[in-house]
Write a protein that binds this ligand. Structure first.
Ligand code: PBG
Length: 326
C-alpha cells in the first residue's frame, strides 16, 4: 500500500478552508495615505502614474474623511503638497503648514481616526532632498533639529502618531527628545526604520512633488542588497525609542519583514509603496490580471511575512471588499 499524506483533506470546502486559514487581513490592519494640496480649492487631481489616487484640496478633506470612516478604516497617514518650498523646508514645521492644518481638520471631522503624520522634509525643500544641504551633501545632524521641530508641530496640531521617514541617523532619538520636552511623551513614533533606496517610489514622487532635483537618496536610504544592515537600523530605532517599525517597500522585501518581526518585539508595518500599487493597477487596467484577487493575495503575503499593519493606496478598495465579504 502506497503511503503518503493527504493534505487535500483540509481543502475540500470553503468553510473547512476558512477554519484552517492561518493569516487574516482585517480593515483595522490598513493605513490609508492622504495627499493634501495647499492653496487650492475644490481640486481633486488624479496622480497620472497612480490611477485611483488623488491629491485633494483642503476643502475636500471632510468628505474624504467621512468616506474613509464609513468604510471602517481606522487610520490615515498624511502627506502635504505645500505651496512654498525653500532650502530648509520651512513649510514642514510652520504652525499653519498644510500638514498641520490637515491634521487639525481631520481630527475635527473624526476624532477617533488615528492620524499618522509623515515626518520628512523632501516635500518641503526646493531641492527635494530629505535634509539640509551644504555643497551638495545632505547634512545629518543639522537636519535632526528640523525634524524634531516638524514632529512637535504635527503633535501640536493633533497628530496621534509621528512617522519619521527621512533616514538621518539619530532621527528617532531627536524626535523622541523633542516630543518629550514639548509635553508629548505619550505620542508614539512609527519609525521608517528600514527604508531602502528604491525605484518603487517613483510614482509617489509625482504625487508628492518630492523628487530630488539632483543626485539620489543613496547616501541616506539603504542599499536593496543589504539584510544585516536592516537589522542594525531596526535595532538602533528600537533603542532610540521607536514604538512601531516600518519596512519599506514591502513586496520585494518580504524576507526583511520576516526578519524584523522575528528579531524585535514591536509592531511591524509594511509600506506597500506607490510603484507596487502602479504595477498592479497598470496590469489590471490592461485586463491582464484580476485586480481584487491579486491585491488580496499581495496584502495577505505581507501579513504572512510578519506585518501587523499595512500602509497601502489600496486601503479603500480592500475595506470595501472586506465589507462585502462579511
Ligand atoms: C518621503 C517619503 C517617500 C515615500 C514616503 N515618504 C518617498 C521617498 O523617499 O522618496 C514613498 C512612498 C511611496 O512610494 O509610496 N521621504
Amino acid at each position: 500500500m502506497l503511503e503518503f499524506k493527504r493534505h487535500r483533506r483540509l481543502r475540500q470546502t470553503a468553510n473547512l478552508r476558512s477554519m484552517v486559514r492561518e493569516t487574516v487581513l482585517k480593515t483595522e490592519d490598513l493605513i490609508y495615505p492622504i495627499f493634501v494640496i495647499e492653496g487650492e480649492t475644490n481640486k481633486k487631481i488624479e496622480v497620472a502614474s497612480m490611477p485611483g489616487v488623488f491629491q485633494i484640496s483642503f476643502d475636500l478633506l471632510e468628505e474624504e474623511i467621512n468616506t474613509i470612516t464609513e468604510l471602517g478604516i481606522v487610520s490615515v497617514i498624511v502627506f502635504g503638497v505645500p505651496k512654498d518650498k525653500d532650502e530648509v523646508g520651512t513649510s514642514a514645521y510652520c504652525e499653519h503648514g498644510i500638514v498641520q492644518q490637515a491634521i487639525k481638520k481631520i481630527k475635527q471631522v473624526n476624532n477617533e481616526l488615528v492620524v499618522i503624520a509623515d515626518t520628512c522634509l523632501c516635500q518641503f525643500t526646493n531641492h527635494g532632498h530629505c535634509g539640509v544641504i551644504e555643497e551638495g551633501i545632505v547634512l545629518n545632524d543639522p537636519t535632526l533639529d528640523l525634524l524634531a521641530k516638524t514632529a512637535v508641530s504635527q503633535a501640536k496640531a493633533g497628530a496621534d502618531v509621528i512617522a519619521p521617514s527621512n533616514m538621518m541617523d539619530g532621527f528617532v532619538a531627536a524626535i523622541r527628545h523633542g516630543l518629550d520636552e514639548a509635553g508629548f511623551a505619550h505620542i508614539p513614533i512609527m519609525s521608517y526604520a528600514v527604508k531602502y533606496s528604491s525605484a518603487f517610489y517613483g510614482p509617489f514622487r509625482d504625487a508628492a512633488h518630492s523628487a530630488p532635483s539632483f543626485g539620489d537618496r543613496k547616501t541616506y536610504q539603504m542599499d536593496p542588497a543589504n539584510r544585516l544592515e536592516a537589522l542594525r537600523e531596526a535595532e538602533s530605532d528600537v533603542l532610540e525609542g521607536a514604538d512601531f517599525l516600518i519596512v519599506k517597500p514591502a513586496l520585494s522585501y518580504l524576507d526583511i519583514i520576516r526578519e524584523v518581526k522575528d528579531n524585535f518585539s514591536y509592531p511591524v508595518v509594511a509600506y506597500n509603496v506607490s510603484g507596487e500599487y502602479s504595477m498592479i493597477k497598470a496590469a489590471s487596467l490592461n485586463g491582464w490580471i484580476d485586480e481584487k484577487s491579486v491585491v488580496m493575495e499581495k496584502l495577505i503575503s505581507m501579513k504572512r511575512a510578519g506585518a501587523d499593519l499595512i500602509i497601502t493606496y489600496f486601503a479603500k478598495d480592500v475595506a470595501k471588499w472586506l465589507n462585502e465579504g462579511k
